[in-house]
Design a protein around this ligand. Sequence first.
Ligand code: GTP
Ligand code: MG
Ligand code: ZN
Length: 313
Amino acid sequence: MSEGLVLGGTNNLFEIETEDGSVRLCGIKGKILRDVEGYYNPLAPGDRVAYEGDPMDPERGLILSLVPRRNHFVRWNQKGKAPQMLAANLDLVAIVTTPDEPPFRPRFVDRALIQADAEHIEPLILVNKCDLECDADVLDRLSDWERLGYRTLQVSARTGEGLDKLSAILSGKLSAFVGQSGVGKSSLLNALDERLALRTAGLSEKFGRGTHTTTKGILFHLPARSGEECASIVDTPGVRRFVLHDIEAKDLALYFREMEPLIGSCSWGLSCSHLHEPGCKILEAVYAGVIHEERYESWQRIREELETGRLAD
Ligand SMILES: Nc1nc2c(ncn2[C@@H]2O[C@H](COP(=O)(O)OP(=O)(O)OP(=O)(O)O)[C@@H](O)[C@H]2O)c(=O)[nH]1
Ligand SMILES: [Mg+2]
Ligand SMILES: [Zn+2]
């Protein structure tokens, strides 16, 4: 029995990187992966598994068990009505966004930040397509996230701007690129290592959105640049909607770094809904500009979504 790394896979067949660096295509033995029930997919890129090689075929094997994961990053799979794992055992999640094409979606970033914090994965707000014009609203949100202690980086897969800095951040880590379709996740990987030649595609002319070019997550090892360690990165399929699945509405403010210290200090104490009560410290902080209005709005919308189960924008 040996340990291997899940690079990718579909249905019940997974590409497992073995200790000598070769890849075996492995099925799962029986129904042994019980701790992953309730998920759309049993394994994700970044998972570690115990497997046995097929003695007759060096390219085949069988997965016997899952090594407990440190963390995992999920999206909601609408079709399967279950959370779907995008990647596991991450050191960093790069939340890829754009100033335009597709339009900047700060609420998407806020959701992904909550998920990263909840899973104790370091987030990086990665603004791709910085060759396009970045309007004042985008810069304002970026500086607010920085103020809250989140790291942001502007790059362009097209011009190469910022890629050296990105490469230094990714060095020695297992990271995942997540974001809406069309923000340039695969393009960034291609720009970091041209040998990958991943498929990329333009936005739909009619809707200005991505066309879901990448359909399954795959883990790649990038060669080490001089003075850096090798970086491992999971390219993931575009997320249309990012739904938090394991956080309760009443606990959501705990995941907003600027709200968390104020919880409990409202006049109504822990029963304050932070929506209309007099003496609400969170509302006061919004009025005083300590909490950005957009962040408060993100909180309101996500909270409503968690409470009602209905999706907001
Ligand atoms: N202007 C500009 N366009 C870019 C940049 N990076 C990528 N693009 C374009 O954006 C489009 C989408 O790129 P992809 O890499 O396929 O996007 P993706 O995030 O992988 O999309 P999915 O696989 O569908 O999730 C392509 O037409 C790219 O050429 C950039 O830095 N600047
Ligand atoms: Mg892609
Ligand atoms: Zn309050």
